[in-house]
Design a protein. Structure first.
Length: 91
């Protein structure tokens, strides 16, 4: 009697889970919909590096030197488009 009840409960549980739709990781990623998804955004990191480096070298109160300015500009450029502007607004 106990085994029959246990088998019945397990089969009901499996049947309930069988009705659940299983989505792929790509389908789960698109659950909320991204209106800008179709628009491919490129990362203009070189332009950001160039803007940052030139501005860092031009800033007299920073006085970082070429090597440190290049390293900082590289870190800033990792933020992609607009990173240089955001950095200097915060600075």
């Amino acid at each position: 009697m106990k085994w029959t009840l246990l088998i019945l409960l397990v089969s009901l549980s499996l049947h309930a889970h069988a009705d659940i739709e299983v989505k792929t990781s790509q389908q789960r990623e698109n659950t909320y919909g991204d209106p800008d998804k179709d628009k491919k955004k490129s990362c203009e990191s070189f332009n950001e590096f160039q803007k940052s480096y030139e501005k860092l070298m031009g800033e007299g109160d920073l006085a970082l030197g070429e090597e440190k300015s290049a390293r900082l500009a590289l870190r800033i450029s990792r933020g992609c488009n607009g990173a240089s502007t955001r950095f200097f607004q915060a600075y």
